[in-house]
Write a protein that binds this ligand. Structure first.
Ligand code: ADP
Ligand code: MG
Length: 356
């Protein structure tokens, strides 16, 4: 078994992906602490009692659980991602994001291993991630809708310490952009954000590749930096279709792919100075995001105040989180004993996002 399910047609899907143990972990004698009872469940081993007392084994339930042997293609096929793309083509705002501690597989799941896009990305390998596969599926869908004309636009930004940075425009690359609200834009938008017209699959691929390259430019320690920033790659899908009485039907859909900052940052509040400010900002945006998502699936919270305005991340995702679309959360975890506390934190965050 590579994945087990509990699938539904809700506006929020929560799935878990467990990466394999790394060579380093195996060498260090680290062992697996997660098990897969099936039916969308993950079980985490008990933590033996010490001076502070132990913890019992715990069972968590989600829509889908991907075991370490699951492939990148399995994630496209069984996560519910295809439904997000189909809905975006029909005019809904959809968001897919990866949550988890640094090293848990967020970037691997979304884009694949580093260096994959340094070369021309075609023909594509087993390692190519969900974003690439979604682009391929999107273009398949567009070709099936022969009666419509489509316009695709893409943007790619980074939120670092509550500053928005354009990953597609090297000129302004390191200059923060303003987030504003407008009626015309139907919500929050980033002022002067570069958006690229994409006519072909290759154009979308170029956006992905360029953004990844700019993300790592001038960084001494890429992993350290990427653990502190969120990235959002957005594809806007506008279409027009002639109807019977000569009136055109217009649709404005969108897909966001979000690679979140490492969730372990929320604990690092003992650190000082700049790092503390960063940790607080990350802490806040992940908390607000969790709260917004939980309110999506909880009918009791409908109509109550949802604090989208409290972080740049949730401002920019507000249109899709507000319920006009589908959200897919991929919680990434390490199976290793040395990560058990962060793993439990991630599984809890994901379980709060949706009660199964
Ligand atoms: P994150 O973005 O969450 O910090 P990464 O995606 O960079 O984590 O993954 C950390 C390391 O683990 C990378 O070397 C990556 O290639 C590897 N890895 C992650 N997920 C998988 C997987 N499902 N299969 C194989 N290797 C993986
Ligand atoms: Mg990463």
């Amino acid at each position: 078994i590579i994945a087990s399910y509990n699938q539904d047609e809700d506006n929020i899907n929560v799935v878990v992906r467990v990466r394999p143990l790394s060579d380093k972990e195996i060498k260090a004698g680290d062992d697996m602490v997660v098990q897969f009872p099936g039916n969308g469940q993950v079980m985490v081993d008990a933590i033996p009692g010490g001076p502070g007392g132990g913890q019992k084994a715990r069972l968590f339930s989600y829509n889908v659980v991907f075991e370490p042997a699951a492939t990148q293609e399995d994630v496209l096929q069984y996560s519910g991602m295809k439904r997000l793309i189909e809905m975006a083509v029909e005019g809904f705002r959809c968001t897919c994001f990866c949550y988890g501690q640094t090293g848990s597989g967020k970037t691997h799941t979304l884009t694949g291993p580093p260096g994959l896009f340094g070369i021309k990305a075609v023909p594509y390998s087993d390692d190519h991630g969900l974003v690439f596969r979604s682009f391929v599926y999107l273009f398949q869908l567009l070709q099936e809708h022969t009666g419509r004309t489509f316009v695709l636009k893409a943007s790619f930004l980074e939120i670092y310490n509550e500053k928005v940075i354009d990953l597609l425009n090297p000129g302004t690359c390191r200059k923060p952009l303003a987030v504003r609200w407008s009626k015309k834009a139907r919500g929050f938008f980033v002022e002067n954000l570069f958006t690229v017209d994409c006519e072909e699959l290759d154009d979308l691929m170029a956006v992905l590749e360029e953004g990844i390259r700019n993300r790592s430019v001038g960084r001494h320690n890429m992993n350290d930096y990427s653990s502190r920033s969120h990235t959002i790659l957005s594809v806007h899908i506008t279409s027009e279709e002639p109807s019977e009485n000569g009136v055109f039907i217009s649709r404005f859909g969108k897909i966001n792919f979000v690679d979140l900052a490492g969730s372990e940052m929320t604990k690092k509040t003992q650190s000082e100075g700049k790092t503390l400010e960063e940790a607080n900002n990350i802490n806040k945006s992940l908390m607000v995001l969790g709260y917004c998502i939980a309110s999506l699936s909880d009918p009791k919270r409908k109509g109550t105040h949802i604090p989208y305005r409290d972080s740049k991340l949730t401002k920019l995702l507000a249109d899709s989180l507000a319920g006009n679309g589908v959200t897919l959360m991929i919680a990434c975890i390490s199976p290793a004993r040395s990560n058990i506390f962060e793993t439990i934190n991630t599984l809890r965050y994901a379980a709060r996002a949706k009660k199964i």
